[in-house]
Design a protein. Structure first.
Length: 115
């Protein structure tokens, strides 16, 4: 199993980034896909989810209206489009695949929002 994030970097406040997460080794379409983040000195927090069944999405209040999660099952990839970035969005961003009690995590990609 592999879960690999990419797309992080340094961006100015108000800017945008698009994170990608490509997965392999399991049936991607059967798993709920989520993004989490962990800022400096903070606990890991949930950001967004795109479910496998029903294909519904959900967002943390802190990112609602600014971030958008999408998935392409044909490419085994989930995306996180981040707009209107704020310094408080600075964090390591982690991709998660979950089905029942099975969890797979990536190694994360760093997003730094600073002028």
């Amino acid at each position: 199993v592999q879960v690999v994030e990419s797309g992080g970097g340094l961006v100015q406040p108000g800017g945008s980034l698009r994170l990608s997460c490509i997965a392999s080794g399991f049936t991607f379409s059967d798993y709920d896909m989520s993004w989490y983040r962990q800022g400096p000195g903070k606990e890991r927090e949930w950001v967004a989810t795109f479910t496998s069944i029903g294909r519904t999405t959900g967002y943390a209040d802190s990112v609602k209206g600014r971030f958008s999660i999408s998935r392409d099952n044909a490419k085994n990839t989930v995306y996180l489009q981040m707009n209107a970035l704020k310094p408080e969005d600075t964090a390591g961003y982690y991709c998660n695949a979950r089905r029942g009690f099975v969890d797979y995590w990536g190694q994360g990609t760093q997003v730094t929002v600073s002028s």
